[in-house]
Design a protein around this ligand. Structure first.
Ligand code: NAD
Length: 319
């Protein structure tokens, strides 16, 4: 049985092992695959594993040997799941693997805004402390989180984890979610409507999926309803934010700081307005990527394939 991994590099740049897949068939791994190479590289393989390489109807028509598709991610929009279903090809995804990592990363971004550890380290190494007339200095306002309000838009797995971390820092948590689990409420956590969240939060953190109802949820109208000096964190999906409006909020000083791990189009395009926005930290979609999370993802991908081979496929998104 031939297994083709079309774009294995971001999942495993060399620090993990493909042996789980190797033990199940004849494995060929490509780091990345261009559009024109998709069909020839799949050839007569039965098992196709993809992360972001698109598998559309034409691919399924041209490669009738395909029996199973595994997606190395939670989001599976790169696969035409209906076209796969028409051919009885199950498509399995990884429903969850990086909850703790993404919640932790939310706080890596927030703590960077509160303390600018990296910039202060650079200032010290460049001699600024050596020549300082006082015993200490700081180049940016330093922020204590205790007592501030952490507003989560989306309070699912990652939102709840981030909410727990916020409570550990002494923050009050408010959450806006279409589906509320009232059992999660306590003296430091309560559900609110969106307008209340916008009005009361010192920090707004996005943890909802990208849906028609959430596309552009941070825009000039919602920004106008926020506290002056609010901090915005996005580790979810870039299009949740209208980037021009975020930039304007940063330029005007309405928003104190923003940190985004995701942008509207990835890799980031050179004309993305956030690249030239003040007080805006941008990282290259890495919240999910600690080795521990990627190992978990890989282990689940292998067990998904094992389940399919045993006749009981799991995590099937087109069942
Ligand atoms: P989840 O499904 O557990 O939680 C999402 C929550 O959003 C749910 O509680 C849902 O009810 C809520 N929601 C749905 N529609 C809403 C709406 N219109 N308004 C408010 N809330 C709404 O998902 P999760 O595992 O917590 O992941 C959240 C998001 O994080 C994912 O959708 C993904 O976009 C993102 N993510 C990013 C990375 C990264 O590396 N940066 C990694 C993994 C996930």
């Amino acid at each position: 049985m031939k297994i083709v991994i079309l774009d294995g590099y971001t999942e495993n740049p060399g620090d993990l092992s493909w042996e789980g897949f190797e033990s199940l068939g004849e494995l060929v791994v490509y780091d990345r695959t261009k559009q024109e190479d998709i069909i020839p590289r799949i050839g007569n393989a039965e098992i196709v594993i993809t992360n972001k390489t698109p598998l559309d109807k034409k691919v399924f028509e041209a490669c009738p040997s395909i029996k199973y598709v595994g997606v190395l991610a939670t989001g599976y929009n790169v696969v035409d799941i209906e076209a796969a279903k028409e051919r009885n090809i199950p498509v399995s995804n990884i429903p969850t693997y990086g909850t703790a990592a993404v919640a932790q990363y939310t706080f890596a971004l927030l703590l960077e805004i509160c303390h600018h550890v990296g910039k202060h380290n650079d200032a010290v190494k460049s001699g600024k402390w050596t020549s300082c007339p006082d015993f200490c200095f700081w180049d940016y306002p330093l922020i204590e989180l205790a007592g501030k309000t952490f507003g989560c838009i989306g309070y699912g797995r990652i939102g709840q984890n981030a909410g727990k971390l916020a409570q550990c820092f002494g923050m009050k948590v408010i959450a806006y979610d279409e589906y509320q689990n009232k059992e999660l409420e306590n003296e430091n956590m309560r559900y609110v409507d969106l307008d209340t969240l916008l009005a009361e939060s010192d920090v707004i953190s996005l943890h909802c999926p990208l849906l028609p109802s959430t596309n552009g949820i941070i825009n000039k109208d919602t920004i106008a309803k926020m506290k002056d000096g609010v901090i915005i964190i996005n580790t979810s999906r870039g299009p949740l934010i209208v980037e021009e409006d975020l930039k304007k909020g940063l330029v005007d000083g309405k928003i104190y700081y923003a940190a985004v791990d995701v942008v509207s189009s990835e890799p980031i395009s050179e004309d993305n307005p956030l690249l030239t926005a003040p007080n805006c930290i941008i990282t290259p979609h890495i919240a999910w990527a600690p080795k521990e999370s990627r190992k978990r993802l890989l282990d689940i991908a292998v067990s998904n394939l094992e389940a399919y081979l045993s006749g009981k496929p799991v995590n099937v998104v087109n069942g």
